[in-house]
Write a protein that binds this ligand. Sequence first.
Ligand SMILES: Cc1cc2nc3c(=O)[nH]c(=O)nc-3n(C[C@H](O)[C@H](O)[C@H](O)COP(=O)(O)O)c2cc1C
Ligand code: SF4
Length: 646
Amino acid sequence: MDYENLFSKGKIGKLEMKNRIVMPPMGTGLASSTGEVTNELVRYYEERAKGGCGLIITEIARVDDVEGVGLANQISVTNVNKITGLEKLARAVHKYDSKIFIQLHHPGRQGHSMLMGGRQIVAPSPVMCKTVGEMPRELTTEEVEVLVKKFITGAKIGQTAGMDGVELHGAHGYLIGQFLSPLTNLRTDKYGGNFTNRMRFITEIILGIKHICGKDFPVSVRMDGDEFVEGGLTLSEAVEAARYLESIGIDSINISSGTYESGVTIIEPISYDQGWKRYLAQAIKDSVNIPVIGCMVIRKPEFAESLIKEKTVDFVALGRAQIADPEWGKKTMEGREKEIRQCISCLHCIEQLSLGTTTKCAVNPRMGRELEFQNFEKNGEGRVVAVIGGGPAGMEASRVLALKGFKPILFEAKDVLGGSVYLGSKPPLKEKLNWFLDNLEYEIRQLDVDIRLNTKPTIEDIKVLNPYAVYVASGSLPIIPPIPGIKGENVCTVVDVLEERVCIKDKNIVVIGSGMTGLETSELLAEMGNKVTIIEMMNKIGTGIYRSNLYDVISRLEKYGVEMLPSMKLVSIDKNGITAENMISGNLIYKEADQVVLSLGVRPNNEIVEELEKNFSVVKVLGDSNKPGRIADAIQTGFEKAYILE
Ligand SMILES: Cc1cc2nc3c(=O)[nH]c(=O)nc-3n(C[C@H](O)[C@H](O)[C@H](O)COP(=O)(O)O)c2cc1C
Ligand code: SF4
């Protein structure tokens, strides 16, 4: 396909971009604890510039080191001593004719006192964010005036370091957004009340930056098209704000949505379609003449092209797509779309960041570690490696081994590759997993990996190959505890359902266990017309599942009327139902069921390992067959254990 619009030059103010691909801001946690740009951070952005991105907007940079900290390891633009690191970053991006803006940020009521040395968080008004759960202190008028200056200083520091522009983070419910939103700005001074007053904070910042940095220094504003919270900013107010911001001289507007209280609309879970919030960007685009940047779960090149062609936006913002594949732009331009490693919207990245570590990507193990994994050492010399198991770990290991010049032979017992990810794609709204698998399979086929489907090799079969190493990636097996009745004909596992070994329609079903697989299989069963009850021993449904993913699936289960019973331990099963113990009261309950579906976790499928170790000197165990985990763990071990093979 011809991506004539996507690869046409674009302009923000007087600044020219080589194409229309933007990387929107995404925190990495790769800066130093004192706010310096590190070599890891430079390399991470440099790869995205090299990979074809026209404009990179950095992750949130703080303008206030005391009450404005957004991340433990966050870029700071509070002091000229940060300029050297920022210069390095700007230079690295410019090497590839890409441009870079720095995003200026203050968390306001969405901050955490833990990150501010225990100080109370601050906000326009003392309105608590339910997700954070900390009551903010209202900023005094003088403090707001000081903050305006801090944003201007941050912009000047960025400009001095060679940044091509700044973006003010006015979206996602952070401080600037809090001033704009009638829900969070209850002030009675000049910064609160009517529209003009609520816009005053950002207005003073913009005019100040233009005054200090010059009118040609681009200022972009990231804004919500809708906050998706009751009483918050709506599309009509966003349109009004966008028009107003244009009138005071901003150079572009970057449309997003949501606040922490509607977090699934900021960083969407897997169920959200490409372009689901297209109408927000379109409404703004139809109302202003400055360039509009739009973020709306953009993954596929054809879709990105259509957004520009159809004048929904001037620039497409692909966030996670470029975390997952730093070469998204380059591959698209070169017609290598099938080589794009697809983001699966699993939220592992933001989950890791919010746990206080660095951002990591489930499908791109090099993310944030680009310096560590620079080149594949071509040391394979055609040596054979038997890889047992064609799930994500086995496929990724095969890919890396092939790139290193080994000759991987990939065995898969089933007639299809993908393992647990293939099964995971069966429940509703999970087709992004197939996009990812399509890419993995395409890549290993391009690399001429010898793929043997429907083959479960014996030790003798492997010996015949005389392999240099054997990689075991045979996945996991369901845990089936010794509970009375568990072997009954009316009992099956989630795997049986997903593999369609049992077909259950219009029945009364009890699912035991509320991990992600249990919940998603329940959704599938409910969609098939069954009446589903989930029982869970823990005191909460979905313990350990990242909150946005949990919210997403639970809200759909609720729509289907699925009954969810936490604190219930399975005691026994008979042919008409199950008995469970209420873990709080100790009472027994009986639930009638035509079918019982077990989702009680998995254990490594690694029985063959011991025997392999007796016969081969190099045996490596990957993914679930080593330790059950998520896609991220499978891909990570597959990659790393292949990368280090000498
Ligand atoms: C790990 C992570 C960190 C993010 N950090 C920021 C940030 O610093 N500033 C910001 O405006 N948005 C941030 N976002 C939101 C993204 O810019 C983007 O709006 C969101 O990921 C949805 O777009 P996508 O589907 O293209 O990824 C972050 C998203 C992720 C996944
Ligand atoms: S971790 Fe998941 S959601 Fe985040 S970029 Fe990677 S694949 Fe996408």
